[in-house]
Design a binder for this molecule. Structure first.
Ligand code: F6R
Length: 244
């Protein structure tokens, strides 16, 4: 595991974008595993900035798989993760939208949708998976207690996660209570993993993930078992690490 402690959000976003760009330069047909949430927005903005430069990196051959989507939300819904990805990345790079994939939160049969997504992931192994981390240590929407062997499944979000995510909704009652998420096994299948985290409210989760016991109570602690993980964090998110 490599840990980069950057001075602020801008610096961590630049660093994470550099790492992703290396992967795409190496393999223009790379599969990028992507996350939503506030943490990677700056990273995506850096990728867009770079793409829009003269001779910027092309994503024409890239495929993407996203971690998760709220149940009940999808294309056309302002708060859906598919909309988030378009607004924060896909609309500003030359990716073919048909090469972008998210679980379908509007699927009528959610179990079947999980099966479809698992089958898709089996054919699209992530060259790099970008992750944020929840203040409770969740990755994707794999909440504390989720099996390390889990694959794409439907989850009931914890009150903690609903509260954290409510800042993006008008009212807390509007936050969906369920989501579809890649499982921990799907995440660990990635060849490389980049975790981005900023701010003091991530400091506990970051310290436990990097230095704590490997336990299902802290889903991100499983990353210690993967042999190609990069944590790219700002000084505040790193503040509780004992070994800097
Ligand atoms: C998002 C996701 C979540 C977030 C996490 C951190 O696709 O899977 O695990 O990465 O909740 O969210 P932010 O970055 O908003 O603090």
């Amino acid at each position: 595991m490599k840990v980069f402690i950057e001075k602020d959000y801008d610096a961590l976003s630049k660093k994470a974008a550099e790492l992703i760009k290396e992967v795409v330069k190496e393999n223009p047909n790379a599969v990028l595993g992507l996350a939503t949430g506030s943490s990677p927005i700056g990273t995506y903005a850096e990728l867009i900035k770079d793409h829009q430069k003269k001779d910027g990196l092309s994503y024409a051959g890239v495929k993407t798989v996203n971690l998760d989507e709220y149940v009940g939300l999808g294309e056309g819904d302002e708060q859906s993760y598919v909309t988030f990805m378009r607004k924060n990345l896909f609309n500003y790079i030359d990716i073919d939208l048909s090469n972008t994939n998210l679980p379908n939160g509007k699927a009528v049969d959610l179990d079947k949708e999980c099966d479809r997504y698992n089958a898709l992931l089996a054919t699209l192994k992530q060259d790099v998976q970008v992750l944020g981390i929840g203040s409770n240590g969740h990755i994707g929407f794999n909440e504390p207690g989720t099996s390390f062997d889990s694959v794409t499944h439907v989850v009931d979000l914890t009150e903690n996660t609903i509260k954290d995510n409510s800042r993006l909704f008008d009212r807390i009652e509007d936050v969906p209570r369920r989501a579809l998420t890649m499982g921990i096994k799907n995440i660990l299948d990635a060849k490389m993993i980049i975790v981005v985290a900023n701010g003091e409210n991530k400091a506990d989760a970051v310290a436990k993930a990097i230095e704590g016991e490997i336990t299902e109570s802290v889903p991100a602690s499983v990353l210690q078992k993967h042999d190609n993980v990069y944590f790219v964090v700002d000084a505040k998110a790193a503040s509780k690490l004992t070994n800097k």
